[in-house]
Design a protein around this ligand. Sequence first.
Ligand SMILES: Nc1ncnc2c1ncn2[C@@H]1O[C@H](COP(=O)(O)OP(=O)(O)OP(=O)(O)O)[C@@H](O)[C@H]1O
Ligand SMILES: [Mg+2]
Length: 252
Amino acid sequence: MSNEIITAENVKLHYGDFEALHGINLNFNRNEITAMIGPSGCGKSTFLRCLNRMNDLIDSARVEGTIKLNGSDIYAAKTDIVELRKEVGMVFQQPIPFPFSIYDNVIYGLRIAGIRDRQVLDEAVETSLRQAALWDEVKDKLHDSALGLSGGQQQRVAIARVLAVKPKVILMDEPTSALDPISATQIENMLLELREQYTIVLVTHSMHQASRISDRTAFFLQGNLIEAAPTKKMFLNPSKKETEDYISGRFG
Ligand SMILES: Nc1ncnc2c1ncn2[C@@H]1O[C@H](COP(=O)(O)OP(=O)(O)OP(=O)(O)O)[C@@H](O)[C@H]1O
Ligand SMILES: [Mg+2]
């Protein structure tokens, strides 16, 4: 089995007449954290959304090129998008808990999938919250509203909600940028553990975060992928002048 779980070949994306991605070639390895970095507006979120077809929700967006998950073209007509988004889950910058209990937030995806068995749901809640490093903090108040949690806790609920449906890949768009440093570090440590079981694609503005937890780093600039390499190499000895300028803080 190839170590690549997602392959993206010559991906272009237009919003109406505007070409936001100019032909991206980037693969993602199983059980790795890949960080995507680059200045605001370079196309990181746009590319991330291509990986589970979130751009389908934007009327003006048109995707070209080929993206495969485990060898299957995710843009093929026969692709079941609900199934795809279960396999490739997504966590956003702002945790947006639903206005109901922690328990019901975590099992949201399972309920939609029609699972009603209380024991199955109870187990999923405990397992997902443990994986999201939140169980000990909330186990005695699972039926309290998720809106009463801190921002960092809410983000861990959002991660638990994704984990509950047992994805293969987790896409994260600046998941810690709205959090205080301690909550951010907690989530970083959790991601290092999740990597054992999942593949993680992480958009981040934090060079420190990318260098601390990612295995590979991809640098985007103005809709192009400038360079992708093992993170150590990227930060110590980048191949491209643009990468060096960016990571040394000369622009962006
Ligand atoms: N829904 C949209 N409609 C039209 N243009 C868009 C849309 N979303 C993004 N763009 C444009 O596409 C380009 C890439 O945007 P994108 O949000 O992917 O950048 P980003 O790298 O995620 O930036 P940031 O770091 O600020 O989140 C930008 O020029 C942006 O203005
Ligand atoms: Mg973005």
